[in-house]
Design a protein around this ligand. Structure first.
Ligand SMILES: Nc1ncnc2c1ncn2[C@@H]1O[C@H](COP(=O)(O)OP(=O)(O)OP(=O)(O)O)[C@@H](O)[C@H]1O
Ligand SMILES: [Mg+2]
Length: 479
């Protein structure tokens, strides 16, 4: 790894120059400034890994520089130079986030020792970052995160289907990432440079939806003052994403079927036949098969749409993804809000793991976003910051009815703040990991897993349900 880029701020020219020379001699890339102002300008325009600053400076002092540096560039490590006998200030500087300090007068060897230590920390961090990126590559695609087996299958499927023109039907509860998947498919398809047009079929009444999709001629209905092209025409050569397809009326269903069969349609009130080249991606929260059985959705249309189904599992059935997504959201939102947070406390992790997330990933995102807003610099995210109730049972308050955690009775079962220290919780944690690893080894085959674990299939299934482990393939799949 390359030597860290270092900035030295000291108003005494002799000391400043000696430090610059000493660091340059061992291969560091060094900048120098005589005042805080000058130093901050360099910090603003350069990526500085390490900052060495004198505490006592004319104008802005070292503590102030430390504060501004941590705000602007939280990853920069700071070494403070303090005067002999000002240990208190040095300790204060460390409390405020300085990595280390050196007391004047110091030898260059002394300084190099500290600098070398910081360099090693930076190198380790860089290594971790690379490792994490590698992991993310494996468990994510176009912003869709997921290390759960079913999610990885979904990601693989998306990659494959994106390259084709096949119609895709995305199924999943609210907030499971259906739109995210539609975006990913378009962006990875040969049509990526053309338009991706989105229509929410639930948002418009039947008559308007028809005109919206297929366009209308002038005077086709009251208010149709001029001819208008529909979304199918706008999506020509590109992709059309029909969200909440389960909501469309029988008339629109017929018209849609015809476009799918013949690639042709007429605008509302028109006679001219229009041909389009559109790739269709649809999504729904509804069980379309059931809609067909109950006569609300045309069977022929269902088969036309269901060419490649992509089923997104709810978050509660892929609990191993909760923390992965939560950590990712924490990092991105914190960076946006200029905060450095140290991940989630044990209690917070435990709660995230146990909560059922009826609103799926969207609910998780909102929760973490709130936690970032309420979180304190350089601290871990606490339970009450996730739920947003300052009178949380975790803080000794009464259960809050409006709080998802409280209403599920999760908090009441545990001591405040010590969610994972009880024997039962530790045992659950162990069992969860153990079962997950066995299921992983046998590729989700439950019969095989229950044999290895020495328990009946039913007992395993019940345990998986209680622990929130996705319990492998269904009987049908095992065939
Ligand atoms: N696997 C995932 N990894 C990361 N972020 C995700 C994932 N799934 C969903 N999200 C995020 O969750 C939010 C909701 O996703 P999206 O809007 O795609 O859900 P949806 O299924 O279309 O929901 P709805 O049915 O309510 O329209 C978005 O901000 C999205 O970026
Ligand atoms: Mg959606």
């Amino acid at each position: 790894m390359k030597a860290p880029t270092t900035l030295i701020i000291d108003d005494e020219p002799l000391i400043r120059l000696s430090m610059v020379d000493a660091l340059k001699a061992v291969g560091y890339d060094v900048r120098a400034a005589a005042t805080g102002q000058e130093g901050l300008q360099i910090l603003n325009t350069n990526a500085i890994d390490m900052l060495i600053t004198d505490l006592r400076l004319p104008g802005m002092d070292g503590l102030e520089i430390l504060h501004l540096c941590k705000q602007r560039s939280p990853r920069t490590e700071v070494i403070m130079i303090t005067a002999h006998g000002s240990v208190d200030t040095a300790v204060e500087a460390m409390k405020r986030g300085a990595y280390d300090y050196v007391t004047k007068p110091f030898s260059m060897d002394e300084l190099l020792l500290i600098v070398d230590r910081v360099a090693r920390v930076l190198a380790l961090r860089q290594e971790n970052l690379l490792l994490r990126e590698e992991l993310e590559d494996k468990f994510s695609f176009q912003g869709i995160l997921g290390k759960n087996d079913r999610m990885r299958e979904v990601l693989e499927k998306i990659k494959l289907v994106a390259a084709t023109d096949s119609t895709v039907l995305i199924l999943g509860e609210s907030g499971t990432g259906k739109e995210l998947v539609a975006n990913a498919i378009h962006r990875n398809s040969p049509r990526r440079d053309e338009a991706l047009i989105k229509v929410s079929c639930a948002a418009l009444p039947e008559s308007l939806l028809e005109a919206e999709l297929f366009g209308h001629e002038k005077g086709a209905f009251t208010g149709a003052l001029r001819q208008k092209r529909g979304r199918f025409e706008l999506a020509h050569r590109g992709t059309l994403f029909l969200d909440e397809i389960g909501e469309i009326s029988p008339i629109v269903q017929v018209k849609l079927l015809r476009v799918l069969q013949e690639r042709q349609f007429e605008r509302v009130g028109g006679t001219e036949t229009i041909e389009v080249d559109v790739r269709l991606v649809c999504a729904t929260q509804k069980d379309l098969k059931k809609e067909v059985q109950q006569g609300r959705f045309r069977e022929d249309l269902f088969y036309r749409l269901n060419v490649v189904p992509v089923r997104l599992p709810p978050l509660r059935e892929r609990r191993e993804d909760i923390l992965v997504i939560a950590e990712h959201v924490l990092q991105t939102r914190a960076a946006r809000m200029n905060k450095t947070l140290k991940g989630f406390s044990h209690g917070a992790q435990e709660l995230l793991f146990r909560y059922s997330f009826p609103g799926n990933v969207r609910e998780l995102e909102n929760m973490v976003e709130r936690a970032v807003a309420l979180g304190r610099q350089q601290e871990e995210v606490q339970v009450w910051q996730l739920c947003g109730f300052s009178a949380c049972p975790y803080l000794g308050g009464a259960p809050q009815e409006a709080c998802g955690f409280c209403s599920e009775g999760l908090t009441g079962k545990r001591d405040r703040g010590e969610a994972s220290s009880s024997l039962a919780a530790a045992r659950d944690q162990f069992e969860r990991q153990f079962i997950q690893s066995v299921l992983g080894r046998v590729h989700g085959n439950r019969t095989e897993a229950s044999r290895i674990l020495g328990m009946s299939r039913k007992a395993l299934w019940e345990k998986c349900k209680r622990l929130g482990v996705s319990s492998g393939r269904t009987e049908h799949d095992e065939g």
